[in-house]
Design a protein around this ligand. Structure first.
Ligand code: CMP
Length: 139
């Protein structure tokens, strides 16, 4: 059964360009409640841990370097059918292929600097949320 939470990061490109506020506004306008959110900075090692599932992919080293290159926003979001609806809101991984009006089409600049991350399953949403927030029972 689908849970009602997903996890997102606003990535360094979008954060440093001053788009975090606009992206959070889009997320809230689409009906998601912010359950938890913080501005933080991943070390290369923590970025590697977060993206460990992509360890064997050719873009892994670049991805870790990029994700640790600046501040990010990490957030847990709540809405019915959260994982699927959020992936629709953000669009395809490659901003060039993302539908018009999606977050990545509006704010992404490349497949790597694609503005936001969104969990791909309920299971990963829970794992990824716990990676950044240790006191979830409070929310
Ligand atoms: P994200 O949704 O955060 O999950 C994994 C990330 O790896 C993805 O967004 C992209 O930023 C990045 N990524 C995926 N595919 C590629 C690729 N082919 N080249 C470079 N980066 C990629």
């Amino acid at each position: 059964m689908a849970t009602n939470r997903t996890f997102t990061m606003i990535k360094p490109d979008a954060f440093s360009a001053g788009n975090a506020g606009n992206i959070l506004a889009m997320i809230e306008k689409a009906g998601f409640r912010l359950v938890a959110a913080k501005i933080t900075h991943l070390s290369p090692a923590r970025a590697g841990e977060f993206y460990a599932v992509h360890k064997e992919r050719p873009f892994y080293q670049d991805l870790c370097a990029y994700m640790s290159s600046g501040a990010i926003v990490a957030a847990i979001l709540e809405k019915e059918n959260a994982v699927e609806d959020f992936r629709k809101l953000i669009g395809a991984t490659d901003p060039k292929k993302a539908d018009a009006g999606t977050v990545r089409a509006l704010y992404g600049t490349s497949i790597e600097a694609n503005a936001v991350h969104g969990s791909d399953s309920d299971e990963n949403a829970a794992i990824e949320g716990s990676f950044f927030f240790s006191n979830l029972e409070q929310f």
